[in-house]
Structure formats: structure tokens, C-alpha cells
Design a protein around this ligand. Structure first.
Ligand code: FAD
Ligand code: 2HG
Ligand code: ZN
Length: 475
């Protein structure tokens, strides 16, 4: 597809809409053309930074008229290459990046309704702090990147994180949306209702759509009572089976106070301790598996004893545990978890898998996947961690030897098939929380039914018949 006007004319038209400071080109724009992992990059005509929904709509209308593809972008922290332009080899013609970061107002907080209305470019941290200031809580837990990722990106990837087992994913935390559609019209669905059964719930089309169906400009988010008590435990467990059994036990004994339940394998700890300053082994023994547990309550009551009792009454499989004596110690253990992704990136490239299976089948997944990988790659190092409380495992293998690792990475497609076939056979998903983007758009065809893919294509065609809204992502 080629733009109808020449690039200089289009840039001038874009500048007229967003102002001279609302546009970046060439070298100044390059950071927006590459994903954070350095895996995907492309070129675009410009990065445009609108400050209002009207400006977004005008930019989209101009692009539609000119046949220019639009790449929506928030904090550009996404893991699947969804937020950056396509490479020249994809032959997409002209593209622009539409970055929402300057639309970052907290528009309204309704303390009685427990809702807040925020623009898409608000960072997650900004939204959480705004809620805190009125004694409320916004629970999305992506602490490693909260200062960088934005509400629009969180919505578009249906982000998860560490508090999903108590509060749900981003989809569960939204009541209303405003979206600029691929034809430039503005859909105002900014309702703040907990009950609204008036036909198809359209907002859910745009959540998790990774910018392929329109641009989210504003959202009404659910708030919760602020937490006044919290306690953290680190628990060494014999194996993943013990971890999931312990989870079931804690759910029965601690109920909704259970707010986080994360698993960390030995290989993760080794990486974090090697690469992240001021981190320490949690136990004197180097255990193979540990889980990090948070209990929290809205009342200022002591929780340590309930957690201790629950851990003591669990029985066989818990090897050792500590309850944090203070928030400083809790933060030190959470630092180990929070920096796994970064530590692994420093160590080198890995083949990332963000998979989910029913919680009861997590241990089976790990043992089948480990056996299959080790049979083919005996010196493979498998970094296993994540949100076991949601059945969501980050399973990132690599080879410690850099030269051999290059060969391994070149075989990503075969490795993925091996892992994803196991996930599929256990009734799981090949993308639990990171989305599909460019990374998994081909693979998903093997694991979703032809009917589901057909329905998704029909929705895309209906909303974006010109295929200009983040093309070649997801589908
Ligand atoms: P971007 O990366 O800019 O965009 C992501 C996708 O959304 C792209 O397809 C983009 O086109 C689209 N998009 C962005 N804004 C809009 C908009 N306003 N309208 C329409 N489409 C839009 N994810 C988890 O779920 N759980 C985790 O625990 C987690 N931890 C992470 C830790 C690290 C260190 C990193 C780097 C990433 C992590 N992520 C995690 C990935 C996560 O999806 C994203 O970081 C975050 O939700 C994306 O927000 P963003 O603003 O950076 O979006
Ligand atoms: C996390 O839970 C993120 O830390 C990142 O989702 C996962 O790097 C990864 O594989
Ligand atoms: Zn995660």
C-alpha cells in the first residue's frame, strides 16, 4: 500500500493536527521504532503524540484517507513486538507510530462509586498513586515496569501480573472505554456501571486486541479499598506439585486475603543474584523451588500468625519458610522476583514462553516440558517462574554457552512447537498474559480452532476493512 500524498505533505498535515512539538522523525524517533527486548524494529514516517481524543481521531482519519498504517504505542514495554512498526520485509508501505504518552490526565475519581477515569497515556504507577491519594487501591501488579507501562497498553494487552489471583486481569478491572475506531469515529463507552446488560459488551473487543481494532483513549477503572495490612512469606518447597497443593491449602485457610503466590526456580535466583546488585539468598540452603506469598487485608489487623499457622498445618513438602519481620525484608524478597526478567535479559537471549494451564496441571506441564527439552538439548538452562497462583508459568530456556545459544535461538520455532504442543495437550494457552503481537501470530493458528480464527478475522474485517490498524499483529 502506498500513501497518496508525498511524505513531506503528510508530515505537514500531521504537524498541523498535533503541533510542531507533537511529532518526532528520523533519529529522534528511533527509540520508538524498536521494542524493549531489541527483537523487533522497523521504520515509520513519524511518531505522533496527540494530546486529545479529537487529535487522535483526526490523525486516524488522515491516515485512512492516505492509506497509512497506524501502530498504537504506550510505554513500549510489550513483550511480543506489538507496539513497533513492521520491518521493511513486511512490505506494509507507510506507517506511523501513534504514541499516547501525552494523554496522561487523571480525569476524575469517584470515591463513592470506587472508580477512576484516566487517559490511556497515564502510567500504571500514576494511576496507582492517584488512587492511593484518595485512600483507594488500583490492584494491577506489574511492579517491575509500573513507571513505564501505560493504562492503554495494559488494557490492550489485557495485562496480568502478580495480583490476578485476587483481583483478576486488566479486563476485570475496567468498566468503560473510549475508543477511536479505525475509521476515525469516536466511540464513547465511558460508562461507570457495574451492571449493564444492554446487548454485546463492546469494550471487551478492544481489551486484549493489541491495538488491532482501534485506539483506546480513555478508560473507567475499578477501584478497591486500600489495603492496611500485609504480610509476606518466602517458602522453600520440594517441587511444583507441593507449590500447587500449598496454594489450594492457603486458599481454603486464608480465603481472599491471599493476594500473590509466585514461584521462583533455582535458575532464576542464580541469575538475579549474579546480575542484580544488593540481592541475597533467602535461605542458607540453596533450594530448587521457592514460592513468594502475600496476604493482605483492608483492616489493620496482624496477619503473620494466620500465615504461619496455615504454613505449619500444611504438612509434607514445605522444606523451610520465613515470614518477613518488616516491610524492608518483604521488599528484599520481592526484589528477587521482580528482577528475574531483567537479570535473564542481562545474561543473554532466551526463548520466552508465557503459558498457562489449569493450576492442577502446572507440575505436569513443567515435568513434561523439562523432559522433552532436556532430551534434545541436554545442557539447556530452563528459567521457570511466574504466577503459579493463576496457572501462568514463564518458561524461558537458553543455553549457557553463548555460541551454542545462538544455534538454539535459531531453532526457536522447533522449541516453541515442542513446548506449545505440551501446553495444548494439557488444555492450556500459548499466551497467558503477554499477547500475540508479531511473535506468536503465526503459531496461534495451530492452537486455536479454525472457527475461532475465522470469527476473529470477521471482527477485524468489520471494524478495520482497510487493515491499517496495527496490521500483521495478532492475526
Ligand atoms: P506497549 O508495549 O506500548 O503496547 C502493547 C500493545 O498494546 C501493542 O500492541 C500496542 O499497539 C497496543 N497499545 C498500546 N497502547 C494502546 C492504546 N492506547 N490503544 C490501543 N492499543 C494500544 N505483562 C503482564 O501481563 N504481566 C507482567 O507481570 C508483566 N511484567 C513485565 C515485566 C517487564 C520487565 C516487561 C518489560 C514487560 C512486562 N509485561 C508484563 C508485559 C506487558 O504487557 C506490558 O509491559 C504492558 O502491559 C504494556 O504496556 P505498554 O504501555 O508498555 O504497551
Ligand atoms: C514477569 O512476570 C513478566 O516478570 C516477564 O511477565 C516475564 O520475562 C518474562 O518472561
Ligand atoms: Zn508475568
Amino acid at each position: 500500500m502506498t500513501a497518496h500524498n508525498n511524505p513531506a505533505t503528510i508530515l505537514a498535515q500531521l504537524q498541523k493536527i498535533v503541533g510542531e512539538h507533537g511529532i518526532l522523525t528520523d533519529q529522534d524517533a528511533s527509540v520508538h521504532y524498536q521494542d524493549r527486548r531489541g527483537r523487533y524494529s522497523g521504520q515509520a514516517l513519524a511518531v505522533v503524540f496527540p494530546t486529545t481524543t479529537q487529535q487522535v481521531a483526526q490523525v486516524v482519519s488522515l491516515c485512512v484517507a492516505q492509506g497509512i498504517a497506524i501502530i498504537p504505542q504506550g510505554g513500549n514495554t510489550g513483550m511480543c513486538g506489538g507496539s513497533v512498526p513492521l520491518a521493511a520485509s513486511d512490505q506494509m508501505g507507510e506507517q506511523i507510530v501513534l504514541n499516547l504518552s501525552r494523554m496522561n490526565r487523571v480525569c476524575n475519581i469517584d470515591e463513592i462509586n470506587y472508580t477512576m477515569t484516566v487517559e490511556a497515556g497515564c502510567t500504571l504507577q500514576q494511576a496507582k498513586l492517584a488512587a492511593e491519594q484518595v485512600n483507594r487501591y488500583f490492584p494491577l501488579g506489574l511492579s517491575a515496569i509500573a513507571a513505564e507501562c501505560e493504562i492503554g497498553g495494559n488494557l490492550s494487552t489485557n495485562a496480568g501480573g502478580v495480583n490476578v489471583l485476587r483481583y483478576g486481569m486488566m479486563r476485570d478491572l475496567v468498566l468503560g472505554l473510549e475508543v477511536v475506531l479505525p475509521d476515525g469515529r469516536i466511540w464513547n463507552g465511558l460508562r461507570s456501571l457495574r451492571k449493564d446488560n444492554t446487548g454485546y459488551d463492546l469494550k471487551h473487543l478492544f481489551i486484549g486486541a493489541e491495538g488491532t481494532l482501534g485506539i483506546i483513549t480513555t478508560a473507567v477503572l475499578k477501584l478497591f479499598p486500600r489495603l492496611q495490612a500485609q504480610t509476606t512469606a518466602i517458602v522453600a518447597v520440594r517441587d511444583a506439585t507441593t507449590a500447587v497443593n500449598l496454594l489450594a491449602h492457603l486458599r481454603a485457610t486464608c480465603g481472599d486475603r491471599l493476594s500473590a503466590f509466585e514461584i521462583i526456580s533455582r535458575s532464576c535466583l542464580n541469575l538475579v543474584l549474579r546480575h542484580i546488585p544488593d540481592t541475597h539468598e533467602p535461605f542458607t540452603t540453596k533450594y530448587e523451588w521457592q514460592v513468594l506469598i502475600d496476604l493482605a487485608d483492608v483492616l489493620p489487623i496482624p496477619l503473620e500468625q494466620s500465615l504461619r499457622d496455615a504454613l505449619n498445618t500444611f504438612g509434607d513438602g514445605v522444606l523451610e519458610f520465613f515470614i518477613a519481620p518488616d516491610t524492608h525484608q518483604a521488599a528484599a524478597w520481592w526484589k528477587l522476583r521482580k528482577h528475574i526478567s531483567e537479570a535473564q535479559k542481562i545474561e543473554g537471549i532466551s526463548i520466552k514462553h508465557d503459558v498457562s494451564v489449569p493450576i492442577s496441571r502446572v507440575a505436569e506441564f513443567i515435568s513434561l516440558a523439562n523432559a522433552a527439552l532436556m532430551q534434545q538439548y541436554p545442557d539447556v538452562r530452563i528459567v521457570i517462574f511466574g504466577h503459579i497462583g493463576d496457572g501462568n508459568i514463564h518458561y524461558n530456556p537458553s543455553l549457557p554457552d553463548a555460541t551454542k545459544n545462538n544455534v538454539f535461538i535459531a531453532q526457536s520455532a522447533q522449541v516453541n512447537q515442542l513446548i506449545y504442543d505440551i501446553v495444548h495437550s494439557l488444555g492450556g494457552s500459548i499466551s497467558a498474559e503477554h499477547g500475540l503481537g508479531q511473535l506468536k501470530r503465526n503459531e496461534i493458528r495451530h492452537y486455536k480452532s479454525a472457527l475461532e480464527i475465522e470469527l476473529m478475522n470477521n471482527i477485524k474485517q468489520m471494524l478495520d476493512p482497510n487493515n491499517l490498524m496495527n496490521p500483521k499483529k495478532v492475526l
